[in-house]
Design a protein. Structure first.
Length: 302
């Protein structure tokens, strides 16, 4: 018997088993607007607690850092706020981290900087600002870091590059790029000619993923040049809304914004666009924001 070969084989098997275990040890959190809850799920889609946080006033945006789960609620559009909850227990840590917002639809975290996309109303064509806040204290660093955008549902950050979607009159969609520290435009727009209602954004390396909120696709774009990589990277999904990345897995909330209880979360290969599970989580009530976290990592992917 070749003992050395046997040991190598055993080690390889153990490594594979550990990798499999790692894949199964994580959670996703999904904000459901109609049920006014944030649900918690395993990475295989099984339910941990569909009402992990309940009694929320129209939850939309989510972000996570360590054991802090940030949740934005829009209320009636005049009392929007951001709160922090314990990502393990769901207990309230700070119910009013940031207050006095309009419709805080999307959150993004970078270190201790919390970016809030705040829609200010106006029948689907209202103005939008992006505010920058201290993620620990909630203190405003610059509540008007980016201004002058129209209705938007997408915000993501990579390094010092802040990407924001915008649409005018529900017909002309764009992705803009800003300096995440100063708010100065870098490319305005970076991507143009999108179908109406460009929604969720997420970036990995030099690839920018964009959900067509009123369509059936998720497109990919070069995050530097703005050129189209694949405008139908994921297709055949109804009203894709928010996006999240974990490793090479792309998670998409489907049927958000008051489309009843037929909403779901699907999972696709982030490199090829191949479907992994188009109904990973089903039966959701208007799924909005989503974050996905690996237990070994301790915080969400950008």
């Amino acid at each position: 018997m070749n003992i050395r070969l046997t040991i190598i084989t055993i080690l390889a098997v153990c490594a594979a088993l550990l990798a499999l275990a790692k894949d199964l040890h994580g959670q996703s959190y999904v904000a459901s607007n109609i049920t006014e809850t944030v649900g918690k799920y395993n990475l295989d889609g099984s339910v941990v607690n569909a009402s992990f946080i309940a009694g929320l006033d129209n939850p939309y945006g989510l972000a996570i850092s360590g054991n802090n789960l940030y949740v934005s609620t829009v209320g009636n559009g005049t009392n929007g706020k951001v709160a922090i909850y314990d990502a393990t227990t769901g207990a309230v840590i700070n119910p009013s981290l940031i207050t006095g917002l309009g419709y805080p639809l999307v959150l993004a975290l970078s270190g201790n900087s919390l970016y809030v996309l705040n829609y200010l109303g106006g029948n689907g064509n209202g103005t939008v600002s992006v505010g920058l806040y201290n993620a620990t204290t909630g203190a405003a660093i610059n509540s008007s870091l980016v201004t002058g955008l129209f209705y938007s549902g997408g915000l993501t950050i990579s390094g010092n590059h802040l990407y924001v979607t915008s649409q005018e009159c529900g017909a002309f969609g764009y992705i803009y790029e800003y300096d995440a520290t100063t708010g100065a435009p870098i490319r305005s727009p970076l991507v143009s000619g999108l179908l109406r209602a460009p929604s969720g954004l997420v970036v990995s390396g030099n690839t920018l993923y964009e959900a067509n909120g009123c369509g059936t696709s998720v497109g990919t774009y070069d995050a530097t040049a703005g050129t189209t990589i694949n405008g139908s990277f994921v297709s055949g999904v109804s009203f894709p809304h928010s996006l999240a990345l974990l490793g090479n897995n792309l998670f998409v909330t489907i049927g958000g914004t008051n489309f009843g209880t037929t909403g779901s979360v699907g999972e696709w290969d982030a490199t090829t666009g191949a479907v992994i599970n188009s109904s990973l989580i089903s039966g959701l009530g208007s799924p909005e924001g989503i974050v996905v976290v690996d237990d070994d990592q301790g915080e969400n992917e950008p």
